[in-house]
Design a binder for this molecule. Structure first.
Ligand code: SF4
Ligand code: SF4
Length: 370
């Protein structure tokens, strides 16, 4: 219900106006939920009412005509109700099991001309769900890699695990196209992170004419940018200088000053992180760790990226215990063994709390089991 006294002509309308009737009626009064089969959930309220949800994947960036298609399905099957999850899955909520299964069959039958699914049903339970991701080359100004492209090829590689729930536990994959990271890569089972490896280029003439130098200086978190003057073709420009050994390639200065671009064909690429999670089930939440420091950008199909992710996922699926998240499995067997089994190159720089036994007589962590 709309909140009392709410000014309704400013900002979006109150979400309560859009709830399906069964959700509105039982708001805050849910007892438990179960996953009936991949992509189909049933929530049971204390009143005994049940809400059946059919979940399918979507691309995060979608056209208006595709939105209309989604709305038409909601009108036809779900009383006009639908929701998007934080991972950009589409959920249709219906009030009986038969309607849910009919809708699942209908969605699975909708195909693109090439035969691939238009609305693939799945993304529940112990499987891979939709990848949460950022803007990439489509929109943002600081990406080191693409978001839509890397996510598409990754989902193609792990699609079977989206449709089925045969992994030991849920696997959350995230993607952020720079380390400013408006995605969720810091706490994902598998994370794809775009990284720059070169400091910004400086266009002195543009900078003098276009940018606020104090703003560019203040934007740098490591103090690498300082005011400077440069002589070019007999003309003096007020500009900045960058202390390269202080630069961590974050792109903050470029956000404030468009004369400091840092995109670079050779320098830009992807790091892979694993083992993070938000859930506190069985073990506490954990940050992801870097396990592959650099993979070059290889559009349009990013073969190295997908090979690495598939190998990690398949090894985890084959070796982990039931209910064990990817990071919990790596912690149990030891991170050195994780690298061996996933055929990844290990260096001491990859794990933040690694201590080289040649120099230290004790370790600060039990994660290393050699
Ligand atoms: Fe832009 Fe970085 Fe966010 Fe990607 S992760 S959309 S480059 S701020
Ligand atoms: Fe500073 Fe980041 Fe710009 Fe490097 S990229 S100069 S660290 S703001």
């Amino acid at each position: 219900k709309p909140m009392e006294g709410r000014i309704s002509d400013i900002g979006p309308r109150h979400f309560g106006e859009f709830l399906p009737p069964v959700i509105a009626k039982n708001f805050g009064q849910w007892d438990y939920h179960e996953i009936l089969e991949p992509g189909v959930l049933c929530h049971t309220a204390l009143s005994g009412d049940k809400a059946y949800t059919v979940r399918c994947g979507s691309a995060r960036l979608i056209t208006v005509s595709h939105v209309r298609e989604i709305c038409a399905i909601a009108d036809k099957f779900a009383g006009g109700n639908l929701r998007f999850t934080t991972r950009n899955n589409i959920e249709f909520i219906v009030d009986n099991k038969k309607a849910a299964l009919d809708l699942k069959a209908y969605l699975n039958g909708l195909k693109f001309p090439g035969g691939s699914h238009k609305f693939p049903v799945g993304g529940t339970g112990a499987g891979v769900t939709n990848i949460v991701h950022t803007q990439g080359w489509v929109h943002c100004h600081t990406p080191a890699t693409d978001a839509s492209g890397t996510v598409k090829v990754t989902m193609d590689a792990v699609f079977d695990d989206f449709q089925n729930m045969k992994l030991p536990a849920p696997v959350r994959i995230s993607m952020a196209c720079c380390l400013n990271m408006c995605g969720a890569v810091h706490c994902s089972d598998i994370a794809i992170l775009g990284i720059h490896r070169k400091p910004p280029l400086i266009d002195h003439e543009y900078l003098d004419n276009l940018c606020e130098i104090p703003l560019a200086v203040a934007a740098c978190p490591t103090g690498a940018v300082r005011p400077s003057k440069v002589e070019l073709d007999g003309k003096t420009y007020k500009t900045v200088a960058i202390k390269e050994d202080r630069c961590m390639f974050c792109g903050n200065c470029y956000t404030m000053c468009p004369s400091l671009p840092l995109s670079d064909g050779e320098g830009d690429g992807i790091a892979i992180m694993v083992g993070g999670k938000i859930s506190n089930r069985i073990t506490k939440p954990a940050f992801s760790k870097v396990v592959v420091p650099f993979i070059p950008n290889e559009p349009p199909r990013w073969p190295t990226l997908t090979k690495v992710i598939k190998k990690i996922l398949d090894t985890y699926a084959a070796e982990a215990n039931k209910y064990e998240r990817l990071g919990d499995w790596a912690n149990r067997i030891g991170w050195e063994r994780f690298f061996e089994k996933c055929e990844l190159e290990f260096t001491a720089h990859l794990i933040d709390d690694f201590r080289d036994p040649a120099y230290y007589t004790w370790r600060q962590t039990s994660q290393f089991k050699w």
